[in-house]
Design a protein around this ligand. Structure first.
Ligand SMILES: O=C(O)c1ccc[n+]([C@@H]2O[C@H](COP(=O)([O-])O)[C@@H](O)[C@H]2O)c1
Ligand SMILES: Cc1cc2nc[nH]c2cc1C
Length: 338
């Protein structure tokens, strides 16, 4: 059962107190992995993924039957600073495209056998431009986190969270910068494709936001309120709910990883139930994944968001689980082990 979220301190407490993976299931899966008809380690990272998944599902021989993909959408006041190659109205237009089944994520979720939900968060009320004021008030942050928290199906056995939000690589860069340090230029990339002058302007905007707010940021949730966005906060809420429910999560690209990073900076082990689905072409994604100690499953040059890279990675994880749970042991198959 997922408790109702009453306030942000309650959220922090639930995240800090969330149980870890089932150690018995993990060791049972390790033992089973050692008996399967293959040379030790021959399935490479698929073996680690299967053992990780088994631990979080609490069974040494799990299946993936009910994956869920959730796409959250939000609008950003900081787009007034000219930080995106696309206009903000594309956010609501793409939400309609998701609802009509026409986006990349619709195809990839369907292919992965996943249920897909779309949550648009107050698109007609963008966050404040963080160069001028905190992006969200604490109450606005809580409402967005609650949307994500409640969006997770407790019956799901795997979760992908994705986003749509014109301008959101700017808050994602600002979050990464304030959480991990370095210069704005280390974290700022081209997003949907800003030109060289656009990149200089966007880097300035990120630097201004970080300079304005860093003194008031103690943890990841403070960072989310001041520099984040509603869809980013909702992703954080959903990832945290999955942690409490022991539902494994596949992270998507730069923005999704920035949301996850806010949790990592609010509670130790907050992302132990997450793997990185892919490495985005957004320049700083690899740096952010390294900072979180996450190795991407795929690297295909995607920079779409929407949960697309993570939805593709569901298929790889399904492959890992199919082998782990379906293969015969040496004893069962009468094959001599080494
Ligand atoms: O997932 C990523 O790594 C990623 C990288 C670049 C862009 N995006 C998507 O593009 C939008 C943000 O780009 P921008 O240039 O408007 O900040 C947003 O809707 C994201 O889903 C996503
Ligand atoms: C068309 C378009 C589709 C997207 N999907 C996720 N982010 C996006 C940004 C744009 C511009």
């Amino acid at each position: 059962m997922l408790p109702e979220l009453t306030d942000l301190d309650h959220f922090r407490t639930l995240l800090n107190d969330a149980p870890g993976a089932d150690t018995e299931a993990t060791s049972g899966a390790e033992e089973r992995n050692g008996q399967l008809t293959k040379p030790p380690g021959a399935l490479g990272r698929l073996e680690d993924l299967a053992i990780w998944y088994a631990g979080w599902r609490g069974t040494p021989r799990p299946e993936i039957r009910s994956p869920q993909v959730i796409v959250f959408a939000g609008n950003h006041g900081v787009t007034a600073q000219g930080v995106s190659a696309f206009p903000p109205e594309v956010t609501v237009q793409m939400v309609m495209n998701f609802q009509h089944g026409g986006a990349a994520i619709n195809q990839l979720a369907k292919l992965a056998g996943a249920r897909m939900d779309v949550h648009a968060l107050e698109l007609d009320r963008p966050t404040a431009d963080f160069t001028q004021a905190p992006a969200m008030s604490p109450d606005e942050l809580l409402a967005a986190v609650q949307t994500g928290w409640k969006a997770v199906d407790p019956q799901a056995d795997l979760l992908v969270v994705g986003e749509m939000g014109i301008g959101n690589t700017t808050p994602a860069a600002a979050l990464a910068c304030v959480l991990f340090g370095g210069d704005a230029g280390d974290w700022t990339g081209r997003g949907t494709g800003v030109d060289d002058a656009g990149l200089v302007n966007k880097t300035r905007v990120v630097a201004e936001g970080v300079a304005r707010h860093s003194g008031d940021i103690q943890d990841g949730l403070d960072a989310l309120a001041r520099l984040g966005g509603r869809e980013i906060a909702a992703m954080a809420g959903a990832i945290a709910a999955a942690r409490v429910l022991r539902i494994p999560v596949i992270l998507d690209g730069f923005i999704c990883t920035a949301a996850a990073a806010c949790l990592a900076r609010s509670a130790d082990g907050a992302l132990d139930h997450c793997v990185a689905g892919h490495q985005s072409a957004e320049g700083a994604h690899s740096t952010l994944l390294s900072a979180l100690g996450k190795e991407p499953m795929l690297s295909l040059g995607l920079r779409l968001g929407e949960g697309s890279g993570a939805a593709l990675a569901i298929q790889v994880l399904k492959g890992a689980i199919a082998c782990h749970s379906g293969m015969a042991t040496f004893a069962e198959a009468g094959v001599s082990d080494g």
